[in-house]
Design a protein around this ligand. Structure first.
Ligand code: FAD
Length: 287
């Protein structure tokens, strides 16, 4: 099923993100965790491509497994900055043959200090065009309510985002954020800029205080005082942080749903417990 058809439905969507294993040796344990998450029957599941510690080589196999084993629609991430046109076309052919209909088109991160000279694809919008010309896929893209760390200012970033949408991007998933007002302001600005595609809010239930402080430093995501107090108090106590992180994420999602944001994407980090608890907490709200 095409994700755009899920997002255009009346029912709010609840989707989960997973990432492939770092090494082949971890494949089975990661696969088991992903199968457990897919058994929750979310609206769809996304599989990252060389991000979050996972490699890119297993993305297609995991996405195919999700669809075949559980019948849940899969969204395969694909990044382009260090790829060639030949490799991307091969990947698109492979995805098509495996029955994957949805791709999140990404530029990917440029490793610090590395200069990519004359890349075949400079921006995600270049990849989006390639996928659109290939045909048959529903294409999503990433967006950054607090601005992409490399962009000069939010105005420039939104103008660039519009180019990505004009290139064929049919929906946008946000970078994680911990203050819903940040998303509401962003929504106002992008709608004003003429971006009308559905926005899927990316929510991260934090289970590890140290890790989130590092991620926020790299991505420029701001931790609001209310959340920072939680991380300061329980950040090193895994059990307590997991409970507080799930409660905070649930609270954020309820506020988003109440304010008409109908697409919720949970960065479940291959953690079936977190996915299950969030889904349980929203049972009567997403039906
Ligand atoms: P782009 O949309 O190309 O934007 C990158 C920068 O270039 C921005 O600053 C933008 O303003 C600017 N820009 C864009 N177009 C133009 C233009 N025409 N002219 C001038 N400037 C321009 N990374 C992975 O490696 N694998 C993953 O699976 C993955 N999944 C992700 C999922 C989500 C929901 C998000 C939010 C991010 C994900 N990332 C992933 C991280 C992503 O690859 C990085 O954030 C990367 O730095 C930017 O990718 P992008 O697709 O947003 O790039």
């Amino acid at each position: 099923m095409k994700i755009i058809d899920i997002l255009k439905g009346e029912k709010p969507s609840l989707s989960f993100e997973v990432f492939p294993p770092k090494t082949d040796a971890l494949f089975e344990s990661v696969q088991n965790a992903i199968t457990e998450i897919s058994e929750l029957k979310p609206s769809f599941m996304s599989v990252t491509y060389g991000a979050g510690g996972g490699t890119s080589s297993h993305t297609v196999a995991i996405a195919e497994g999700i669809q075949k084993k559980s019948g849940v629609t899969a969204l395969a991430h694909l990044s382009c900055i260090s790829s060639t046109k030949d490799l991307i076309r091969q990947k698109l052919q492979e995805l098509k043959e495996k029955g994957i209909e949805n791709i999140l088109a990404l530029r990917g991160d440029i490793p610090e200090g590395m200069v990519v000279e004359n890349p075949d694809y400079k921006y995600a919008s270049d990849l989006t065009k390639e996928i659109r010309d290939f045909g048959g896929f529903c294409i999503g893209g990433a967006c950054y309510p607090e601005g992409h760390p490399e962009s000069e200012n939010s105005r420039e970033d939104i103008l660039n985002l519009k180019k990505k949408v004009d290139a064929g991007c049919q929906f946008l998933t946000t970078q994680m954020f911990f203050d819903n007002n940040v998303l509401y302001n962003f929504m106002y600005k992008i709608r004003e800029a003429g971006i009308t595609v559905p926005i899927v809010a990316g929510i991260m239930p934090v289970t590890n205080g140290k890790q989130i402080s590092r991620i926020c430093r790299l991505s420029g995501t701001i931790l609001p005082a209310r959340f920072k107090a939680i991380v300061d108090k329980w950040g090193t106590d895994k059990e307590a942080m997991t409970q507080a992180g799930i409660a905070y994420a649930t609270d954020q999602i309820i506020d988003l749903l109440a304010n008409g944001i109908n697409g919720i994407h949970v960065y479940s980090m291959n953690n079936p417990f977190v996915a299950r608890e969030i889904q349980k907490n929203l049972k009567s709200l997403i039906k």
